[in-house]
Ligand binder design. Structure first.
Ligand SMILES: *Cc1c(COP(=O)(O)O)cnc(C)c1O
Length: 370
């Protein structure tokens, strides 16, 4: 059976259009379109409250936020990071003239393996940039311990981790800075957008200057900043989305539960285990296609595609296999056996709040659930 309409790996959760119109009317009335307008301010406050963080700076997208976070901490030299992520993670290093050093991932979480970080530290190392992959928390304590010993900064790429909590609270409290993405494909979106979470007001002030060309007041420029500001339309979208975020995450959870239930008897298909989040956001539904599955991963991907179902091979190829990275010594596959194997087996199935149970049934039957 071929789907009447193609199914994508994700779909943005869109609140009713008529609820967005009053926001637009306000923007038209105020004639403030950007530069930290009223909706921008409101969204910073509302997100701070929702996420349980005090200091949040909104950005035009997550990538510029990553680039700016590195600037804010004056990171230079080498940064230890994961090859198993979206390419923006490492690109933010190259945009700062920093050399990425890839470290392999843990086979259970597919997050950077803290046990392998120490061996990658050199006198040039100044920071670690881990990713909470699929919104599953990194081993934050082990990473912090290493950072403390070697006096390294930690910048978490938390693009997948909106609203995630571990036993102690919100995941964004860890490290020196955390960066979110509000891209249309993420759990919470502002069309395009992102944010940096700072530990204190001083760091936030520095970041707010950097995202506004380095301006401090009207006449003074104190740093070679960039234009990373979020516009009022994006902020308005965020305020409206936030009213529906719990419903949206609950809808994702139902999809997650249904997939796990239906796929648990399928030989050769493995769902990723829980990795210690107290509150998850169900941002992705990754499965590993093992060698005892009758089809290869790419054949399964194609089979689904032939039926109008678009899964995604996140994360394949590894960042370290792209041309601008593969010449690095740390990019060799022998250095990254776990990530290399995961990249060959991984498939992310469609997950979004409005994905119906009939659709899940079709997808899981195609994979082999009876
Ligand atoms: C989406 C994403 C980014 C980039 O965010 P944008 O808002 O699209 O610029 C960075 N890192 C990871 C892991 C992502 O998934």
């Amino acid at each position: 059976m071929i789907m009447k309409k193609p199914i994508y790996v994700t779909q943005p959760y869109l609140p009713p259009l008529d609820e967005f119109v009053p926001y637009l009317e306000k923007i038209w009335d105020n004639k403030v379109l950007t530069n930290g307008g009223p909706f921008h301010q409101q969204l910073e406050e509302a997100l701070g409250e929702y996420l349980g963080v005090e200091h949040i700076s909104l950005f035009t997208n997550g990538t510029i936020a990553l680039v700016t976070a590195l600037q804010a901490l004056r990171v230079t030299g080498e940064v230890i990071t994961t090859p198993y992520s979206f390419v923006a993670t490492s690109h933010s290093l190259l945009w700062n003239g920093i050399k990425p050093v890839f470290v392999d991932v843990d086979p259970n979480s597919l997050n950077i393996d803290p046990a392998k970080i120490e061996a990658a530290i050199t006198p040039e190392t100044t920071a670690i940039m881990p990713v909470h992959c699929y919104g599953h928390p990194c081993d934050v304590e082990a990473i912090q311990e290493i950072a403390d010993i070697y006096n390294l900064k930690i910048i978490y790429d938390a693009a997948h981790a909106f609203g995630v909590q571990d036993e102690g609270g919100g995941i964004l409290r860890h490290g020196d800075l955390s960066v979110l993405s509000f891209h249309a494909t993420k759990v919470f979106n502002t069309f395009e957008g992102g944010a940096i979470i700072s530990p204190d007001a001083k760091a936030k002030t520095r970041i707010d200057r950097l995202k506004n060309f380095g301006h401090e007041g009207e006449l003074t420029v104190v740093a070679p900043g960039i234009n990373g500001k979020m516009s009022e339309v994006n902020a308005a979208m965020g305020l409206l989305q936030l009213q529906y975020i719990d419903t949206a995450i609950l809808g994702r959870k139902e999809v997650d539960v249904a997939y796990r239930e239906r796929l648990k008897g399928v030989k050769g298909i493995r769902c990723l285990p829980d990795t210690g989040e107290k509150v998850a956001n169900f941002s992705y539904f990754p499965i590993l296609v093992d060698s005892d599955y009758p089809l290869g991963r790419d054949a399964l991907y194609q089979k689904l595609k032939d039926h109008g179902i678009n899964s995604r091979r996140y994360f394949y190829p590894l960042i370290s296999d792209f041309p601008m990275y593969r010449g690095l010594p740390s990019a060799h596959r022998e250095n990254l056996p776990v990530a290399t194997s995961a990249a060959q087996k991984i498939l992310c199935l469609p997950i979004y709040p409005t994905l119906g149970m009939e659709e899940i049934e079709i997808i899981t039957e195609l994979i082999g659930a009876s």
